[in-house]
Design a protein around this ligand. Structure first.
Ligand SMILES: *[C@@H]1O[C@H](CO)[C@@H](O)[C@H](O)[C@H]1NC(C)=O
Ligand SMILES: *[C@@H]1O[C@H](CO)[C@@H](O)[C@H](O)[C@H]1NC(C)=O
Ligand SMILES: *[C@@H]1O[C@H](CO)[C@@H](O)[C@H](O)[C@H]1NC(C)=O
Ligand SMILES: *[C@@H]1O[C@H](CO)[C@@H](O)[C@H](O)[C@H]1NC(C)=O
Ligand SMILES: [Cu+2]
Length: 234
């Protein structure tokens, strides 16, 4: 009888854990997701000199955060998920949100990660007094509002009006060619093409190590619960 009750109790615990049925289950489910996502780049918390942005956050057509402030010398790093769909961080202009910023006279072209997945891509801010506008060049993403800005003004040409302009283009967005990564940029410089991120690469950026460690620790109670379950049932 006692054994039956504990088994029932445990199975409800386990299903709560799998389906996120209860408060404890929700936490456990979230932990499982993070642990499983360890091979998928996910933006760590910002640290001094590093601003981190999730691309396609929660599988949405968004950058998260989409509007950031970053001073000269700050490395803004984009984390691309590896979920079967490629995205890009492609510099554009306020006037043409969904169009790659081409070179013009002595002005260099914008940066472009090119369409990519499971990688990270960094832009070093070189003039924080001027805004950087960017979008995702994947078909229709820009027109769905997948745009972002660095150091956008709080009035006038704001991030909100930039995103509204992109969404006004909507599905009329011109399909862009993808020629891979373009380094360089205007008001910010990408020094390298997107690179595959490993757990150790994340640590060496100085900001990922603590969160990776926390994920490992957080996964321990889950394993223990599994062990306890096995002992009780068998
Ligand atoms: C950004 O570029 C500046 C100027 O080249 C350099 O001094 C700085 O170290 C770079 N920042 C990072 C985080 O690489
Ligand atoms: C190129 O730069 C000039 C001078 O700043 C500007 O008038 C012109 O509109 C620019 N062309 C494009 C295509 O942005
Ligand atoms: C950042 O660098 C740009 C270009 O050198 C410069 O014009 C600007 O004043 C710098 N920003 C600050 C806050 O010093
Ligand atoms: C975007 O960020 C800038 C600071 O970089 C801020 O001044 C502005 O208010 C923000 N705009 C929106 C719409 O959040
Ligand atoms: Cu996209």
């Amino acid at each position: 009888m006692f054994c039956l009750i504990s088994t029932l109790l445990l199975s409800s615990l386990v299903s709560a854990q799998i389906y996120g049925g209860g408060p404890a289950g929700t936490t456990a489910a979230a932990t499982t997701t993070s642990a499983a996502a360890a091979s998928v780049p996910s933006a760590p918390a910002d640290t001094p000199g590093h601003v981190n942005i999730d691309v396609a956050f929660n599988n949405g057509f968004v950058f998260h955060p989409a509007n950031v402030t970053a001073s000269n010398g700050t490395l803004v790093t984009f984390y691309f998920p590896n979920n079967g769909l490629t995205h890009s961080v492609t510099q554009s202009s306020f006037a043409a949100p969904c169009t790659f910023l081409a070179a013009n006279g002595s002005a260099p072209s914008g940066f472009d990660s090119g369409l990519t997945a499971g990688t990270q891509f960094s832009v070093n801010i070189t003039d924080d007094t001027k805004p950087i506008w960017f979008h995702c060049k994947q078909v229709d993403h820009c027109g769905m509002g997948m745009v972002g800005s660095v150091n956008a003004p709080s009035t006038g040409n704001t991030f909100d009006s930039f995103q509204a302009a992109a969404m006004k283009i909507g599905s009329n967005e011109a399909q862009e060619t993808d020629n891979g990564a373009v380094t360089g940029g205007v008001n910010g410089i990408a020094t390298a093409a997107p690179a595959t991120m490993s757990a150790s690469a994340s640590s060496s950026s100085g900001s990922g190590s603590s969160s990776s460690a926390m994920r490992l620790i957080a996964s321990v109670p889950l394993a223990m619960l599994g062990a306890v379950m096995v002992v009780v049932i068998f």
